[in-house]
Design a protein around this ligand. Structure first.
Ligand code: NDP
Length: 343
């Protein structure tokens, strides 16, 4: 069994050389009486938050509480789709598909009580269940937009990292609701995709702009009602400076701050007070209550062609480091997934 791990903790922008591929003997049997299962991993999710788990432990850093920390040489847990090869658990049978927390490797041992459930692909490609129909992208976009932003038709919505896994979906949900939507992304090609394929009203390349506050003023002359923040930093400050009264900022993630410990968004507090702006962070896992709505709405929209599933798939366990590092260099377009094996 080959799996990816970190060589040391990573406290800056990740590089491929921070990772290594480990090999361990593959044991396809369980102790008698064990309720564990062994799965063959098929598709794994590549998510920016994993970097926060790879950092050196700091007792004052809330990042350390976000989720279990990753230590060097340890197999790295990640969301994904897999097939059961050995089961000691009567709820799972050999050959069944499952979705949940597996590992960045070829096989995973899922301990009894692990976060895993049976998967009915419902006619969709398995990769969709990691991305657009999965928890870390699809549900995040849906819950963050509908539950946290409380959008209304006609409102003006700004989305950062808009060509990414979460951002592109937020923009598509917002357009379906009848909002005016502008996204930003880091290349010309991504900007063209947002406008031409995903139906955004407008989009811009933030790397070509010097003064983000005036850029946003140009795109939102009447102000922003909702900012779906994936990046934090100066973009958050510029968005808050352009928010309307009673505007909402959903802080989904702050990727520009993950690679730079000294960087923190400092939006103008007086703007927040006088314009009664609500800034709220959230985790998708807190919104399982909307999971059924999310699935039925999103499946319908994919089937009717109203929502496009944007995926960026690489092949093989050995491609995990470059796939992950690429998130912080803007290489991915849509949900970054690694296909470990065909079903
Ligand atoms: P993406 O698919 O959006 O990939 C990351 C993208 O972020 C890159 O392609 C790049 O696009 C952009 N980016 C990278 N570095 C920077 C930077 N320094 N400044 C601005 N943009 C940058 O990832 P996800 O959709 O999976 O995640 C998006 C955000 O949502 C992240 O912050 C993530 O941590 C968060 N998240 C939060 C969850 C929650 O429950 N709250 C769950 C899942 C994700 P570009 O070319 O535009 O620069």
């Amino acid at each position: 069994n080959r799996y990816t791990t970190i060589k040391t903790h990573i406290d800056a922008a990740p590089k491929e050389s921070d990772f290594e591929l480990m090999t361990a003997p593959l044991v396809l049997s369980l102790e008698p009486g064990s309720a564990d299962i062994i799965v063959k991993n098929l598709y794994v999710s590549i998510d920016p938050y994993q970097l926060n788990r790879m950092k050196t432990y700091s007792p004052t850093h809330t990042l350390s509480d976000y989720s279990l920390r990753i230590t060097p040489a340890q197999a790295i847990e990640a969301y994904g789709v897999a097939k059961v090869v050995v089961s000691g658990n009567p709820e799972f049978e050999k050959g069944e598909l499952v979705v949940g927390l597996i590992e960045w490797g070829e096989y995973s041992l899922i301990k009894s009580g692990g976060i895993i459930s049976k998967l009915d692909p419902m006619g969709f490609p398995l990769s969709h269940h990691v991305g657009i129909l999965g928890l870390t992208s699809g549900l995040t976009a849906y819950a963050g937009f509908f539950e946290i932003c409380k959008p209304k038709k006609g409102e003006k919505v700004f989305v950062s990292a808009a060509s990414g896994a979460v951002g592109n979906l937020v923009g598509q949900y917002a357009k379906l609701l009848g909002c005016y939507v502008v996204g930003c992304a880091g290349t010309k090609e991504k900007v063209a995709l947002l406008k031409e394929k995903l139906g955004f009203d407008d989009a811009f390349n933030y790397k070509e702009e010097n003064d983000l506050k005036s850029t946003l003023k140009r795109y939102f002359p009447e102000g922003i009602d909702i900012y779906y923040d994936n990046v934090g930093g100066e973009m958050q400050e510029a968005a808050v400076a352009n928010m309307n009264r009673f505007g909402r900022v959903a802080v989904c993630g702050v990727i520009s701050e993950y690679t730079d410990d000294g960087k923190r968004a400092a939006p103008d507090m007086l703007d927040i007070v006088y314009r009664r702006i609500r800034i709220q962070g959230f985790l998708a896992a807190d919104h399982i209550n909307v999971y059924a709505d999310f699935m039925s709405t999103t499946c319908d929209h994919i089937r009717s062609g109203k929502i496009l599933a944007l995926e960026d798939i690489s092949d093989g366990v050995e491609s995990i480091p470059s796939a992950f590092v690429g998130l912080f260099r803007g290489h991915n377009i849509g949900k970054k997934i690694v296909r470990i094996a065909e079903e």
